[in-house]
Design a protein around this ligand. Structure first.
Ligand code: GDP
Ligand code: MG
Length: 163
């Protein structure tokens, strides 16, 4: 099948906004496909001549849902099962939370390529705003604004580099 990019992150960091920004629009909401649960939203994307499948792991988590460990594990499970590349999205306008740290620890153990994408960096000069997030332990750190479509090209260049 197509190489697969999975977006993970705690609620409200902008996963769905990023998913929609990359796809242009929601291509499919699944549920009937075997092995595909309702909390995954899948779309077919292409970056230059590199087609790939994009998965938003937070599909049915309500915005005000409590962040419970089960949800972290579920996201990690999806990432472990199907991801060729993982985009670990965090909110660049807030402090790092315990949920961010828990997810970071799990993702580091998967042994899959993870790009830490710092979202909601809505200004043009973005790079200096990401340094605080290197402590999460990922060497590939990029800044984006999903809402304003900043940094998406660089992010996709990076995550699809081997596709
Ligand atoms: P999810 O729960 O991780 O899927 O997050 P959503 O995509 O639903 O976004 C949560 C909130 O963050 C929404 O109010 C979005 O409009 C907002 N948001 C997403 N991306 C950005 C961004 O790049 N900049 C800003 N300022 N807000 C954003
Ligand atoms: Mg969402």
């Amino acid at each position: 099948g197509l190489p697969t990019v999975v977006i993970v992150g705690r609620p409200n960091v902008g996963k769905s906004t990023l998913f929609n920004a990359i796809l242009g629009q929601r291509k499919s909401i699944t549920g009937d496909e075997p092995g595909i649960t309702r909390d995954r939203i899948i779309g077919d994307a292409v970056h230059f001549n590199r087609p790939f499948q994009l998965i938003d792991t937070g599909g049915i988590v309500p915005e005000d849902a409590e962040w419970i460990p089960a949800q972290i594990l579920k996201q990690a499970r999806v990432a472990l099962d199907v991801a060729d590349q993982i985009i670990f999205l965090i909110d660049g306008r807030t402090e790092i939370t315990s949920a961010d740290r828990d997810l970071a620890q799990i993702l580091r153990r998967l042994g899959k390529p993870v790009t830490l994408a710092v979202n909601k960096i809505d200004v043009a000069k973005r790079e200096s705003l990401t340094t605080a997030f290197f402590e999460l332990g990922f060497k590939d750190v990029m800044s984006v604004s999903a809402e304003h479509r900043l940094g998406l090209e660089e992010l996709l260049d990076h995550v699809t580099r081997d596709f």
